[in-house]
Design a protein. Sequence first.
Lengths: 593, 312
Amino acid sequence: MFALAACSPRPMPDASVADAGPDAIDDVGPDAVSRPDANPPRPTTAYVPNEPRLRRLTQRQYTNTVRDILGESLVVTRSLEPDVRAEGSTSIGGTNSTISQRGTEQFQDSAYDIAQQVLRSAERRAMVLSCTPAAVRDDACAESFLRAYGKRLWRRPLSDSELATLVTISGRAADALTDFHRGLEFGLAGLLQAPEFLFRAEIGTMRGAERRFERFELASRLAYFLWNGPPDDALLSAAENNQLEDSAMLGAQIDRMLASPKARRGLEAFFTDWLRLDELDFISRDATLYPAFGADFGPSAREEVLRTLDWIALDRDADFRDALTTRETFVNRRLASIYGVTFPVRGAPVTQFERVEFPASQPRRGILGMAAFLALEAHPTSTSPTLRGKFVREILLCQTMPAPPVGVNTAVPEPSATARTLRDRLQVHQEVPSCRGCHLLMDNIGLGFENFDALGRYRTIENGVLIDASGTLDVLPFANAAELANTLRDDPAFPRCMVNRLYRHAWGFHEEEPQREEVERLLTSFSTSGFKLKGLLRTIAIGEAFRRASVIEIPPLPPLPDAGAPADSSSDARADVTTDASAGTDATTEADR
Amino acid sequence: MKSSRSAIARALSGCSLFAALAAGCGPVVGPNDGATGDAAAPEGSAPDARVACPTRNSTQSFVFARIAFVREEMGMTDVADGFNLDNRVSRLGDTLTCRAGDLTSPTGETGIDNQLARLMPTVDQMTGGAVDGAIQAAINNGQMLVAITVSGIEDDCNDDGVDVTLQRVEGMPFVGSDMSVDPGQTFDRMRMVPISQLRGRITDRTLLTDPAMLPLPVAILDEQFTLQFYNARIRLALSPSGGDSPGIIGGAISLSEFGQVLAQIENIPESLKMQVNGGLALFADLDRNAMGKCEKISGALRIMARPAFVLE
């Protein structure tokens, strides 16, 4: 009954939903009608920042951090605590994640493995060690290394006590192993498995009535947002010199970061999260029905999406809504064969991607015409208009579709003489009241992609019958996927959804009513700048809201057992992350921060 | 051990020879816009005749994804697919065909010249039945990729005159779980290999080329040859949905030319060469000379063509 009530289709925009405003789309879901006049602006309340949090590094961030700082050629294990997806976002998941006991062991194993790779290779060692140890135990040399790399790995300078602890650990291990470098491995591993490395602190300190991110926290926040990796020395230096407090200098840093090749990496993290491209590693297809499916399909399909979106957002700095309608894409030989386009380079390896155009004769457009979407939102043996429609609703328009009611048979009838196409067979959804409401909203969109099979290959016939790829998006009819793409491009719900998604990615929180002012500001900026994603990234990064957390009481951390430092130094170390609301500055954190 | 290796080599050499010949002979055509058929059916399933003839591109290319020698139909003596190359119906003992009688096609067409269909069971015995597998391997590993391009198509269903180009292409193909070259791939034309130009027509969505001499590219082990296929014809049922297009290539092979090719291949044992030459001479049925001997043997290859692109 709930599903029926929640999903009853409405052929016309509903006033009550429209009155509820844009946020209602997320909550009311399928009842919402995402047309221009359906979402009139409503008054916003003053922006309330999200809570201060520790954000666990995602697996990709962990790898990027290690490689950026210790060497690109390092092998980083994939056996790490898996990323958590919460509310459709690993960014939100990371904001709400701890580390399991098994995960702790994995991070420990990985830390020692990386430390060994760095310090047992003479070549790599020469790149990171600026001093030559004078003896098996050389605390000065160890301190020099740990100070420099500790600052990079923890994204802030180490306190004297933290440094002393790590130097002591390294020295004792060197003594025991009679080897300076083996001893230093323990110090480096200590850095790599510390919470200060595995979690990004976004705690802030009280300044007057506001809780603002401390300068190194902001540098880290910027770097993981724009680069999906650690701050480089220039950014850390800017933080150290208080340059991030100055809007002009902060803007210069952001521009530098957006111009860096690492910005591609940062944006790709967002795209991967938003479009769930990581799931392409796990799709499978029936080998009898889809013999062209192979192990390289998923990675190729993901690369295509990322390259195309990067090209639109960064290289062309174009209207990002073009992502839905462009005929230009990047393919390798594998994808070219699936799309039926000529691969333009002779003798190219399968790893080579080239820019091509989708065939003009096909209604294949934008990301919804790419193999990634078409294959991800399909079953191993067939297409799925329902999944495809659900993707459009949830991922592109930020509308929530409820799960099927418990106990409902979700199987689709087999083909028969009277129901040869999937469209015919899906009619069963329309005939069962408990299914009809939601499926009308999903299937009527998803059927628009029936010209593409479960691998994304274009087809015109299903079981001997010409495919009808027409449908409706709310009240707007379309004849095929190309028309649907155009309709979606013009739907104001799409850029709004983009802003919402990017907010969640940047902040690690789902935007709620208290944050709507900032979301509306970003949407206005996005719209007036011609829907340029690079501009939106900049607007977010330089915004006042990006530098603040909500004012809440943060209890002091409980005491921790100390691994080797003097007994009184643990409290000193803890002082690094405690705050002093009365100070009004970050002076209560470490003196050298 | 040595004799065992030798036997395997002999068998494989024989296979490669036929495989290469087959791959080299393959041509075909088919209009296509890159669309596939029913996803619920395997890629390449037979086209549905009820579908209306849609507008097609004026040029389409295909690659031969499968090639196999036509044999007599299972359990049906003297029935095999092919072409009537000499435009006459010969009976057993006909002197013009060196006493070889024609076959009948599975659809009932008489006068089919395809003596290789009768020889193939013997060849299968000599090679352990590995000929077709060797053919497929030669295609799948990219050694023998042949593309056919049909251009000047004005009507996909019925067109009185189209141009057909047969050419060798190269590139490491993607091979699907059906163990055949995936459709839609781009291959590079081998620029140093001659192109064959043919004329043809499309009737009821079936391409048929006019008789012509086809210089057939042949790769045997690491050796490359060109073997002439005389009075050759190609028939291809063009898939309306861009799926697989099945067809036949038929023609005559000169025994002397084939013998010369065989002689140049060092890795084939002399005994096997003699067996092959002897078998071909025994079944030869065309181009009877003044001495009363036929200098050519008729044959046919069953092909399956898939849409492809050829990069010049």
